[in-house]
Structure formats: structure tokens, C-alpha cells
Design a protein around this ligand. Sequence first.
Ligand code: CAA
Length: 258
Amino acid sequence: MIDYETIRSETRGRVGWITLHRPDALNALNTTVMREVVDAATRFDADERIGAIVLTGSEKAFAAGADIKEMADKSGLEMTMDDHFGAWARFAAVRTPVVAAVSGYALGGGCELAMMCDVILAADTARFGQPEINLGVIPGMGGTQRLLRAVGPYKAAELILTGRMMDAAEAERAGLVSRVVPAADLLDEADKTASTIAGKSLPSLYAAKAALAAAQESSLAEGLRYEKQAFAALFDTEDQKEGMAAFREKRPPHFTHR
Ligand code: CAA
């Protein structure tokens, strides 16, 4: 196990867990958190024994945003030359499905980090928002793009222009979260969901995640072409033969991720 400073990382069965751990700063995402989350996620992604990742925070905060104190005095040139949030793109690009388990505040970069995940489970205590406008800036880790795609242009504009927070029930109605669960059940539900995902064939999980990404990034015609090719390619896997044989033989499949 690697000794990180701002996160905890552990493996439970086929699920890799990443827990943000900056209790004194409501898990604000500074450069160290970014580097460590990306490191842990890319290690899990490279390990075939891991079929899903859970990303979570504390009861009070998933993450209250990018670290304001770290960036307050930077110049525009410095933000550009460091590519300040650039490494998060490597987190968003992992092939392994990621379940965000959100309790408490998911604000600014915290909301944007949750939106880089594939599934968002929210405790009934969760609060989502993009408050950057209150700081004289705008979302900078994908919020203007991913929130709009998640909740539509008018809801996204209202949230980004006012900087207000929404509770878990509103976030679920808006389509930002996959499911809301009682706060006490959040980690168990995340474990169940991630373990269910991790029990599937890895090549099909990778293909499903890539096809879903294609839907966000391309036209319908291009996305449908992508899906057709990815669907056909899975017929060259042993797991497809096993999955369909298991169905015919009325037994559970035994996937080998080949
Ligand atoms: N960056 C740095 N430190 C933060 C932080 C952040 N985003 N959010 C909270 N903290 C720190 C506070 O400064 C405080 O530290 P001190 O005790 O040393 O003062 C500690 O965490 C606890 O916070 P509060 O005392 O403020 O806790 P609260 O319960 O009174 O309020 C809160 C909670 C409403 C979430 C409030 O902390 C808050 O508004 N945080 C900032 C939210 C925000 O603006 N996020 C967007 C950041 S910019 C961004 O994310 C850009 C992007 O797109 C990537």
C-alpha cells in the first residue's frame, strides 16, 4: 500500500478505493491531492485485478472545490503555464469505471471531480454547486461543459451564474446524480454498486465506458458508428463466448477478462 499524504487508497476485492483526506480543508483539491488521486487511479487502472474504482470523501465534504488559498495569488500566465488543473484529464481518462460516493459538499472542483466519474451516488446530505462566480472566476475543471451536458443549458446556467448550491433531491431530479441513498448507507451502496460493476468482463466495461464517452463527445452518427464497431469487437473476446454460453446453460458466467 502506498503512503499518500492527502488521500487513502486501498483494495477491497476487485474494487479500488480512493478516499480524499484533507479534513482541515474540507478536502479542497490542491496540487498534491490532484497528483495523488491521479497516481492512485492510474495504478488501479493498470491492474487487471481491479474492475471498478470508488472515489469518496468525508461525511461533511466530498470536496469543497479547488484549493482557493493555493491559487489566490497566481497570475493568468502562471495558471496557463502550469496547466493548473491539467492532470485531472488523466483521472477522467481512466478506462476502469469510477463510482463517486458523495456526502456533504461537492462544490466547484469537487462537483467537477464527481462529474469526471461514471456513476454518482449521493448521500441525502450531499450539496452540489459551482460557486466560482462568487470568487470572481468561472468553473475551471470542466464544470461549464460537463454540468451543461448533465442537467441541460438552463439549469447549468442558473447554477453557474448564481453560484447557489442544490441539495441531493434537486440534483437527482436534474439528472446530476445516479441515485440518492441515506447518508448512513452511502459507502455500503457504493461498495455494492462498484462490486457489481467489477464482476463484469473488463473488456466489455472498457468498451461500455468508451462508447458512453463517445456519446458525450461526438454526433449521433459518429457515436453510433463507434458503438457498432465496439460491439462487434467484443465478439473476439473469450468473455463474450463465456457470457453467451452461460446464458444458454442457465448458469452464472465466469469471466476471465480475456
Ligand atoms: N479551498 C481552500 N480551503 C478551503 C476550501 C477551498 N475550496 N473550502 C474550505 N476550505 C477551508 C476553509 O478555509 C477552512 O479552513 P480554516 O479553518 O483554516 O479557515 C476549512 O476548510 C473549513 O471551512 P469553513 O470554515 O469555511 O467551513 P464551513 O462549514 O463554515 O463552510 C463551505 C463550508 C460553505 C463549503 C465553505 O468552506 C466554502 O464556501 N468553501 C469554498 C467553496 C468554493 O468556493 N469552492 C470553489 C473553489 S474554486 C474552484 O473549485 C475552481 C474550479 O473550478 C476548479
